[in-house]
Ligand binder design. Structure first.
Ligand code: OOB
Length: 547
């Protein structure tokens, strides 16, 4: 199949995935409509912090009204809409409305700031940007929106959940569902653009279709035991692929279960919600899983409804994995996934040793896995190598990135994950490391090149190299090694570099945790900067000139 902006699956693969029953020919709009018809009075989404609980009937109705509203503003099939919302019920109303009219949500995270948002809006030629008001969002997104709107000519509308300010209130948009007619998308059409953690100067956008994403949802549900009795707590940012689809909020809605929104991830916020809403499963990144594990034994809240805790996004150490069950009284399920597609889970009935020592195996029998050396030759069974993958819910290329796609995909369509893994005799993958130039800061991905490009803009900087430093809590933190220009102010402090990055309007998690001034970088045999050597020196004493 060809799409002007994204390479999709060749027809022979699409046919195979349909014939195997993975692609069921459904769209998100139809899915919600069917759940609403079957379970109109069941609660679909609750936002207890704001006293909101919408049934399937209400959620579907709201999405239809908003779909008519978006249509009245001229937004339609294929248009891009940047969505940057915290964990609020309206997130679901918005995305299901956009799904219905075939407009593509671009899933920004609440932490993104001017640099990222301007890029998403400009690169995707977005027509609209949806934000929370300052009270809900804890940041003046309205001011950011005003600024971006002045810079990006395509961006015609800013819709606000809450107080509209100078923009348009989302609440004013809802029209009678039949007020405007619109064309609904096909199952093989793109549904949204997800963000890649990436390793390049600018983030890449991941085009997912209704067919492929819905398969990853029901495939996950079968593996994670999600049914209409499941209650999923959205702890991580709702728009991230992990809490969205593994099995996440959308998997739970697919199963006609109940989604509960958690406004903050700390135990003081989450534990009372688990007790009150009788949450049965949730997903966390490793640092949060550690915090919950430590807090659980002393809590006065009843966590006994929790059956499964999914942990993924970054490597979960075996020692930490062993503490989850005893502390939280639930089953651990490790998840090794990526927004580009492939998701691996340990199975609920896997032997305990497999659950605590591996990152799981793929959802689908048709997820093809190759583990190769630097020359793309398969390693011997059980050997460690680069993970390449192809399958019914793994993209065949990034959105509008033909040059980059030549490097990130093999000629026969395998995605080069950048992860270094080995496979056990049972087919479970163990993540051993990473070959991509990325820092995984407790599950938040930072492309070294993106931060390096920003720091290079500082007038005193001659060269910079950003690497990961091991960290007990987050797994990794960032360290920026900086070579100053000859003649730079000798009084310049490393902290000035951090301040500079922050002022450029980058998400806070991308600001280097540490900045060290050096005179030269270690080099590889052919004279390139050796990040490997920089990483090992960062792991030790970073030396003078450090902040
Ligand atoms: C998830 O998605 P992304 O797109 O933010 O990041 C994907 C990358 C992987 O390529 C890998 O480098 C790392 O995150 N990763 C893990 C991991 N899970 C993800 N590394 C080691 N162990 C794990 N368990 O992070 C994501 C998407 C869906 C479900 C879960 C996580």
């Amino acid at each position: 199949m060809n799409h002007p902006d994204a390479p999709l699956w060749p027809e022979e693969f699409a046919e195979r995935y349909r014939a195997a029953g993975y692609w069921r020919g459904e769209t998100f709009g139809q899915m919600l409509a069917e759940r609403a018809a079957a379970h109109p009075g069941r609660v679909a989404v609750s936002d207890p912090a704001r006293d909101i609980a919408w049934t399937y009937g209400e959620l579907d109705q709201r999405a239809r009204r908003l779909a008519a509203g978006f249509t009245s503003y001229g937004i339609g099939k294929g248009d891009r809409v940047v969505v940057q919302l915290p964990n609020v019920a309206e997130f679901f109303e918005v995305v299901f409305a956009l799904f219905r009219i075939g407009a593509l949500p671009v899933f920004a995270l609440p932490a993104h700031r001017h640099t990222e948002i301007r890029y998403f809006c400009a690169f995707t030629e977005a027509v609209a940007y949806i934000i929370p008001d300052t009270r809900l969002g804890g940041f003046a997104y309205d001011e950011l929106a005003t600024r971006v709107q002045a810079e990006v000519p395509t961006l015609q509308h800013v819709f606000v959940v809450g107080e509209a300010g100078p923009h348009t209130a989302l609440g004013d948009l809802a029209l009678h569902p039949d007020a405007f007619a619109y064309e609904q998308p096909e199952p093989s059409d793109l549904a949204f653009l997800q963000l890649s953690g990436g390793s390049t100067g600018v983030p890449k956008l991941i085009p997912r279709t209704h067919d492929d994403y819905l398969y990853s949802l029901w495939g996950s549900n079968e593996i994670c035991g999600v049914t209409e009795d499941s209650v999923f707590l959205v702890v991580l940012p709702a728009a991230h692929n992990f809490p969205l689809s593994s099995p996440g909020s959308l998997g739970t809605l697919y199963a006609a279960g109940r989604v509960v929104l958690c406004p903050a991830p700390d135990p003081d916020t989450a534990f009372p919600l688990i007790a009150r809403e009788k949450v049965t499963l949730t997903g966390l990144v490793p640092p949060l899983a550690l915090v919950w594990t430590e807090a659980a034994p002393d809590t006065r809240h009843d966590l006994s409804s929790l059956q499964v805790l999914l942990v993924g996004g970054a490597k979960f150490s075996e020692a930490a994995a062993r503490r989850v069950g005893p502390a939280l009284g639930c089953t651990l399920q490790q998840v090794f996934g990526m927004a580009e597609g492939l998701v691996n889970y340990t199975r609920l009935d896997d032997p305990y040793e497999t659950i605590v020592t591996t990152q799981g195996r793929p959802i689908s029998p048709d997820d093809e896995i190759r583990i190769v050396d630097d020359q793309d030759r398969e390693v011997e069974p059980g050997g460690t190598g680069h993970l390449l993958t192809r399958g019914p819910y793994t993209i065949r290329g990034y959105w509008r990135a033909p040059e980059h796609n030549k490097r990130s995909f093999t000629e026969d369509g395998f995605y080069r994950t950048g992860d270094v893994v080995r496979r056990t005799a049972t087919g479970h993958l163990v993540v051993e490391g990473r070959a991509k130039d990325q820092i995984n800061r407790g599950g938040e991905k930072i492309a070294a090149e993106e931060v390096e490009n920003v720091i290079l803009g500082h007038p005193a900087v001659h060269d910079v190299s950003v690497v990961a430093v091991p960290d007990h809590y987050l797994g990794e933190r960032t360290c920026a090694y900086v070579i100053l220009r000859a003649g730079a102010d000798p009084g310049l402090k490393p902290v000035a570099i951090k301040k500079y990055v922050r002022e450029r309007g980058l998400a806070a998690y991308k600001v280097p945790d540490r900045v060290a001034f050096v005179h030269a970088f270690p080099q590889t045999g052919i004279g390139k900067v050796s990040k490997k050597d920089l990483r090992s020196s960062a792991a030790g004493d970073p030396g003078p000139g450090v902040a």
